[in-house]
Ligand binder design. Structure first.
Ligand SMILES: Nc1ncnc2c1ncn2[C@@H]1O[C@H](COP(=O)(O)OP(=O)(O)OP(=O)(O)O)[C@@H](O)[C@H]1O
Length: 318
């Protein structure tokens, strides 16, 4: 693989389970050295795609490369060069951090084991806690230990499946600093997440729904490509009506693809500007609310993508 070659380049990947299409003709390129965020609702096929990429599953159709290696014929070699953090990682709870990492390094039969464990402890800020039992670590430190176990063999690509699920915001921020530091050292990272703030920290994002790749690019590109016009309504504080009343009145009107309350504000949007404005016109003069036209957020775009994909792939709703 040359320096400019993508870390992942797959096309037309499909996978069915029991006759149900879970990944449908998915094509994806991940540039080397970048952090690619993988987003989409539960059951949209993210984990299945990750497993296809590293050869743990064989696609029904499609082809491609991971680290320049063929995903159909060289999966064994691919697995030696990637780090895969699954949603349910496990440790020996009654072993310390360093003992767990030493165990992993023996399983991988790594050369220069002691140095690799010591370097990894240092690199992930685990050195001071090396003798703490894994079972006594908080959620954030457990994730970090899992990450350490994934990078011990010095992979070139990290596949992280919801690595920060259930972890508090401070620990998530720390974890993302580690991910950025690893990417700065040249690792490519494909990371699935449901958190918008994490999506915004990726170089690029890919959004999957019902097995289809619906959007891909930088956050700015994904927002711009959605072509969404959005308005925000805020309670004026002087009226009787509440945001929930407004949401009920607006739901289902033509051109309103997005009606989503965010605290005391309501985000309203649609892809057809004329239709949206026409439907909103009777409401814009209501003194119970203060309206303003706003730039859409990434979350607005995802809600919109999700609702339009529900319509398009209604037959495939899981
Ligand atoms: N081995 C399997 N056998 C049968 N069905 C499966 C198998 N693995 C996954 N599925 C189904 O495929 C669909 C996609 O699952 P997948 O785990 O890839 O989604 P996901 O996007 O990672 O979801 P989440 O965000 O909840 O982790 C789901 O409906 C799931 O139940």
């Amino acid at each position: 693989m040359t320096a400019a070659a993508p870390a992942i380049a797959v096309e037309g990947l499909s996978k069915s389970f029991g006759g149900r299409m879970v990944v449908d003709a998915l094509s994806l390129t991940v540039p080397a050295g970048k952090i690619m965020g993988f987003l989409g609702p539960n059951g949209s096929g993210k984990t299945t795609t990750i497993r296809l990429l590293c050869g743990l599953l064989t696609p029904d159709h499609g082809r491609g490369t991971c680290l320049g290696l063929d995903i159909l014929t060289q999966s064994h070699e691919i697995r030696r060069q990637i780090g895969y953090m699954t949603q349910k990682f496990s440790f020996y709870e009654d072993l310390s951090i360093v003992e767990n990492l030493d165990f992993v390094s023996r399983v991988f039969d790594l050369p220069d084991r002691k140095r690799k464990v010591a370097d990894t402890l240092e690199r992930l800020g685990l050195a001071d806690r090396r003798h703490q039992l894994a079972g006594q670590l908080s959620g954030g430190w457990k994730q970090r230990l899992a990450l350490a176990a994934c990078i011990l063999h010095e992979p070139r690509l990290l596949l992280l499946d919801e690595p920060t699920a259930g972890v508090d915001p401070k620990a998530r921020r720390d974890f993302w600093e580690q991910i950025h530091a690893l990417a700065a050292d040249g690792l490519t990272v494909l990371v699935s997440t449901h958190y918008m703030d994490e999506a915004e920290r990726c170089h690029e994002i890919a959004y999957l729904a019902y097995g289809h790749l619906l959007a891909r690019g930088t956050v700015a590109e994904v927002i711009a490509d959605a072509g969404l016009i959005t308005f925000t309504a805020q309670e004026s504080g002087t009226g009787m009506k509440r945001i929930a009343d407004l949401a009920r009145a607006l739901a289902g009107l033509p051109g309103l693809d997005l009606v989503a309350p965010f605290g005391s504000a309501l985000h309203v949007g649609g892809g057809d500007a004329a239709l949206l404005r026409h439907s909103l016109a009777p409401f814009l003069g209501d003194s119970d609310f203060v309206w303003r036209e706003d730039a859409p957020t990434l979350e607005d775009v995802f809600i919109h993508l999700m609702s339009s994909s529900t319509d398009n792939f209604a037959g495939g709703v899981r």
